[in-house]
Design a protein around this ligand. Structure first.
Ligand code: FES
Length: 102
């Protein structure tokens, strides 16, 4: 069990959007999909590109470098060249803040 750390204001994360934040030195990609808030690693498992510079298509993030796709809810890799999924973090909302378990 890790510790929940504040990542951003919940109200700044609109439905259908994602945000790259750094929490305790860890790059985390937050998203809000279907009303739920999700957090995965913000670093591509292929060549460490910043996924926050990529783009979102429905529930997927597309890597800006070689276009691998990952499911923002689970971190699962959906298309190559990446073969490893993204780490997924537990999330909770408390007093208007999104907290991420590191
Ligand atoms: S760095 Fe992301 S697909 Fe290559």
């Amino acid at each position: 069990m890790g510790e929940f750390k504040p990542a951003m204001k919940e109200s700044d994360l609109a439905e259908g959007s994602m945000a790259s934040v750094e929490v305790d030195g860890v790059r985390v990609l937050l998203s809000r999909i279907g009303g739920g808030v999700f957090a995965v690693s913000g670093t591509c498992t292929h060549e460490e590109a910043d996924l926050g510079l990529g783009f979102m298509i429905e529930e997927r993030v597309v890597c800006p470098l070689h276009l691998s796709q990952f499911d923002l809810r689970t971190g699962e890799v959906l298309s190559p060249p990446a073969v490893l999924g993204l780490k997924r973090f537990n999330v909770k909302i408390h007093e208007g803040l999104v907290l991420v378990e590191l």
